[in-house]
Design a protein around this ligand. Structure first.
Ligand SMILES: Nc1nc2c(ncn2[C@@H]2O[C@H](COP(=O)(O)OP(=O)(O)OP(=O)(O)O)[C@@H](O)[C@H]2O)c(=O)[nH]1
Ligand SMILES: [Mg+2]
Ligand SMILES: [Zn+2]
Length: 289
């Protein structure tokens, strides 16, 4: 038996990288019986003779949207324009990563296309999170040295809307692979969902990168509403000063999170989305009980 990492899974076959070689395997029937589906990023033991995955090693973490196991860093990719930033999706990606103990970095791509206003609205939204923010242009190939600092020795998954340049970023870091990228469509510049399958690449310069398909909707049904405030690093300095224990930072008086929003320490827009997400999670709980 050999040990490797799943780099891709399509139609019941899994590509497993073992050293330099990619071996296409089937999963043993037993996984289906136990309801375990192998994921990209899984460390597995395979039988070379049968070309089969025999065992999935315990996962350190698993993101469900996008579906990847054993991630160190989630790179949330946003663009100031083309397409316009979907902050609601970005917040949700960050919340899920926090919930799974995965580090977050924010990548602002296509800075060659924008003016200061577009860029500042993203920077101001996320500055109090203290997430590392890296400005990139794939067109000008700028900003990549700083990104590489976060990639070496890590498994980094890129996620975000279709068309923000996730695949383009990987192509700059690993040009030999020439992954397919797509033009934007229509007047409002939407992506065309060019990347269809999650795929892990081992970079020659060290580190692993995971390219994922863009998406726009995401539910977080597994999260409990009362856990949500703790998944906002920009709330953490304020959360313990609230008048009420168990303050959800919504309509309660004496709330220090709301105070911090009023005085500009926390982005107002991000706070509004927090309330929206909180209500969604509550609604979900109401419906299942
Ligand atoms: N001007 C400019 N265009 C870029 C940049 N990065 C990517 N693009 C373009 O944006 C388009 C979409 O890029 P992709 O890399 O396919 O985007 P993606 O996020 O992988 O999209 P999906 O696979 O659909 O999720 C392509 O036409 C790229 O050439 C950039 O930094 N500047
Ligand atoms: Mg892509
Ligand atoms: Zn509060």
């Amino acid at each position: 038996m050999k040990q490797g990492i799943i780099t891709k899974g399509v139609g019941g076959f899994y590509d497993v990288i073992v050293g330099q070689d990619i071996i296409r395997c089937r999963a043993r029937g037993i996984f289906r019986k136990d309801n375990i589906v192998p994921m990209v990023g899984d460390k597995v033991k395979i039988s070379l003779k049968d070309k089969a995955i025999m065992e999935i090693l315990p996962r350190r973490n698993q993101l469900l949207r996008p579906t990847v196991a054993n991630i160190d860093v989630l790179g949330v990719v946003l663009t100031p324009t083309h397409p316009a930033p979907d902050f609601y999706l970005a917040d949700k990606l960050m919340i899920n990563a926090e919930n799974d103990g995965i580090k977050v970095i924010l990548l602002i791509n296509k800075i060659d296309l924008t003016d200061d206003n577009g860029l500042n609205s993203i920077l101001n939204t996320y500055k109090s999170t203290n997430y590392p923010i890296i400005q990139l242009s794939c067109k000008k190939k700028s900003g990549f040295e700083r990104l590489h600092e976060h990639i070496k020795n890590n498994v980094v998954t890129l996620a975000g809307q279709s068309g923000v340049g996730k695949t383009s970023i990987i192509n700059v870091l690993y040009p030999e692979k020439e992954l397919e990228t797509g033009q934007l469509s229509d007047k409002i510049s939407r992506g065309r969902h060019t990347t269809r399958h999650t795929r892990l690449l081992v970079l020659p310069q060290g580190g692993m990168l995971v390219d994922t398909p863009g998406f726009s909707t995401m539910n977080m049904s597994e999260l409990m509403p009362e856990d949500l405030p703790y998944l906002y690093p920009d709330f953490s300095d304020h959360i313990y000063g609230c008048r009420f224990n168990g303050c959800m930072h919504d309509k309660e008086p004496g709330c220090m999170v709301k105070e911090a929003v009023s005085s500009g320490f926390i982005s107002q827009e991000r706070y509004k989305r927090y309330i929206r997400i909180l209500n969604e999670l509550k609604e979900f709980r109401r419906n299942i009980w």
